[in-house]
Design a protein around this ligand. Structure first.
Ligand code: CP
Ligand code: NVA
Length: 308
């Protein structure tokens, strides 16, 4: 994977994903044992943010530090991008100073454009369309907790957003069973679903889209949710609060799932909206383990892309 980009799950092979998971496990073990491992000594990651972040920013910065490197936080508000410098020229400039770029932005096309013109690896840290680092971490976390992801009923409930899109694609790649339960009109992206279904045809994945929360939750091994109003959609918030109400992950819905069902959330959570306080604070909720695993999985990605 050296010198490649990570723009979406689609361009990763199953072997790439397995390599990321194996490396993440090794790096997590090393860190837990207090072993220092610094393959990125002297390397710098530019982190461009056009949207807010807690986990992505901190986990990438801490990850670079732990690997011996350095990370630069660059808000688009303070960059010349804001004053009209092109992504093309920004990519070329950063390539002269840094060893990698991580970018969080609105339009997915912006990350593609950055990758096209950068001479260094570009990592998608979330766009309106996808969140590949999150999806990799989510499946890594499921495997860690349940021993394997294959054969489990993984249910995503809520908005068919960037997180849902990337989960659908990784399910298609890895042959998983996934139910995406969203209100009508809020299904995952059509093109992404087409890709996910094509992948499923060869991997044996079962990807289902429904608007029935009760049927979706029945017998679930994993119940996953995300915010109802993603960054950039704030003007739709009031309308969404009404439309998404029946899709709340609450105890009543969770009771329909398997007894040992785990609750996942990419975070940030809006307690009382997509997930209740009760479910958020229940021992079944593993979202903070998920958040921690962002660090280990992204360290693996950084080592594989920027290493050597
Ligand atoms: N899950 C996630 O990407 O969190 P942040 O928005 O805090 O980075
Ligand atoms: N779907 C959410 C994910 C945040 C990590 C958003 O885009 O705001």
């Amino acid at each position: 994977m050296q010198n490649k980009d990570l723009i979406s799950i689609l361009e990763l092979s199953v072997a790439d994903i397995e390599e990321i998971f194996t490396t993440a496990k090794e790096l997590k073990n090393k860190q837990k044992k207090g072993e220092s491992y610094t393959p990125l000594t002297g390397k710098t990651l530019a982190m461009i943010f056009a949207k807010s972040s807690t986990r992505t920013r901190v986990s990438f910065e801490v990850g670079m530090l732990q690997l011996g490197g350095h990370a630069l936080f660059l808000s688009t508000q303070d960059m010349q991008l804001k004053r009209g410098e092109t992504i093309h020229d920004t990519a070329k400039t950063l390539s002269r100073y840094c060893d990698g770029i991580m970018m969080r932005t609105y339009s997915h096309k912006d990350v593609l454009e950055m990758a096209q013109h950068a001479a260094i690896p570009v990592i998608n840290g979330l766009t309106d369309l996808s969140h590949p680092c999150q999806a990799l971490t989510d499946i890594f976390t499921i495997i860690e907790k349940k021993g394997q992801a294959k054969g489990l009923k993984i249910v995503y409930i809520g908005d068919g957003d960037n997180v849902a899109n990337s989960l659908a694609v990784i399910a298609g790649k890895l042959g998983l069973q996934m139910v995406l339960c969203t209100p009508r009109g809020y299904e995952p992206d059509k093109t992404v679903m087409k890709d996910a279904r094509e992948l499923a045809a060869s991997s044996g994945a079962r990807i289902e889209v429904t608007d029935d929360p009760t049927a979706a939750a029945a017998g679930a091994d994993i119940m996953y949710t995300d915010v109802w109003t993603s960054m950039g959609k704030e003007q739709e918030r009031e309308e969404r609060l009404k439309i998404f109400r029946p899709f709340q992950l609450n105890q009543k819905l969770l009771n329909l799932a398997k007894k040992d069902c785990l609750v996942m959330h990419c975070l940030p959570a809006h307690r009382g909206e997509e997930i209740t306080e009760e479910v958020m604070d229940s021992p079944q909720n593993i979202s903070f383990d998920q958040a921690e695993n962002r660090l280990h999985v992204q360290k693996a990605v950084l080592t594989l892309l920027l290493g050597k």
